[in-house]
Each structure stands twice: as structure tokens, then as C-alpha cells.
Design a protein around this ligand. Sequence first.
Ligand code: ATP
Length: 205
Amino acid sequence: TLWRIGLTGGIGSGKSTVARRLAGHGATVVDTDAIARALTAPGGAAIDALRAAFGPAAIGADGALDRAWMRERAFGEPGAKERLEAILHPMIGEQVAREAAAGRHPVCVYDVPLLVESAHWRGRVDRVWVVDCTPATQVARVVARSGWDASTVQAVIARQASRAARRAAADAVIVNEGLSLDALAAEVDHLWRQLQPAGSATTTG
Ligand code: ATP
């Protein structure tokens, strides 16, 4: 891999849409959220360890991690978030490395929703690309997509890095506000082309 691109942005900003476009150009795309979901789905590789650490209540009747239960612990009980992360992060890291290595393309895009919040991730990518839009647009998109109510989306936004913090960490900002999907794709293509000539030069920095 010549370029490790960390792609991030708040909930509903358009990360997945951008990642799909980059995959269309051939880039390897590693979706860390999808990996975390698979690990905690019924039969997932993290289920036994989570049951051992948090007790049977952590696992729902369907055999998946009970996210609502876990979220309550993680935000309310000292040390719970750290114990959860101590189990999940190494497993996620291994799967990320496997998928990145399996991809053949010189550009690997890591789709990491909380990249700016994570020193671990910021140290592992060469470039940070941020997909940015207003909170109002985030809320509108997520409500339209998932049917959550606006206050639920706002609560998620409040827990994530601020727009300013994300922009400050960015090497490139993809402003996905008032853009058609075609115009967004054109923005992504522009960034993609900028990457190509430098691909043979240094990969760090
Ligand atoms: P999450 O973090 O919640 O997974 P995300 O950042 O990956 O979100 P997407 O799933 O790419 O965001 O986009 C959220 C929704 O908004 C999708 O339904 C997507 O099709 C739509 N969307 C994103 N950008 C645009 C745009 N420029 N025009 C119209 N719809 C858009």
C-alpha cells in the first residue's frame, strides 16, 4: 500500500457514499464499522469474550451483542468502555490488517467514523479526508435513511468530534452540503486524481 487514506466524518455526512466512489476507482476500502458489526453479530468472533467479560445480559436473545445494554454500560459505568474496547479493538485491528493486505490496490481507504477521536487511527494513516456537512443536514439524512427521530441523531452528533475538530485534523475536506450525488462524485474524483501522481513518492507525512 502506497497511500493509507483515513476517511471520516460525522454520522450521515456521506462517508459510505464517498467510500463507494473510491472503491469504484479500484481502491481497497476497509469499513471498520462493518467489521465491528460482524464481530458482534450472532456467531461473531467477539461474542464469547464479551459474554465472559460482561455476563450473559450483554448478549441478546438473537445471539448478538445487545447494543443498547452495552451503550448504557459504556457511558454510565466507569471502566466499562475501556473493557469493551480492550476486547474489540485488537480484533478489529487484526481484521482491518487482513482486509488491507488482501486488497491489491496501492490506495487503501480506511472508513473510520471516529478517526479524529482516535490517536491510534490518526497515527496509522497518511492522509485524513473528512466528509463535512452541517448538523441539520446530518439529521435530515439519517432521519430519512433510518427513521430515527431527530433528537436521537442529535445525541449521536453531540458525542462525536465537533465539525471544527474534524476540519482541523483534515488534509482534505469534502464539503457534502448542497451537492447532488453527481457533484459529490466529481469532488471525490478530483481528490482521487490528486493522489495519483504522488503515489510513487513518499508515503508518509
Ligand atoms: P453513517 O456514519 O451514518 O453510516 P455516512 O457518513 O456513511 O453515514 P452515507 O451513508 O454515505 O453517510 O450517507 C447518508 C445518507 O445520505 C445516504 O442515504 C446517502 O445516500 C445520502 N446522501 C449522502 N450525500 C448525499 C448527497 N450529496 N445528496 C443526496 N443524498 C446524499
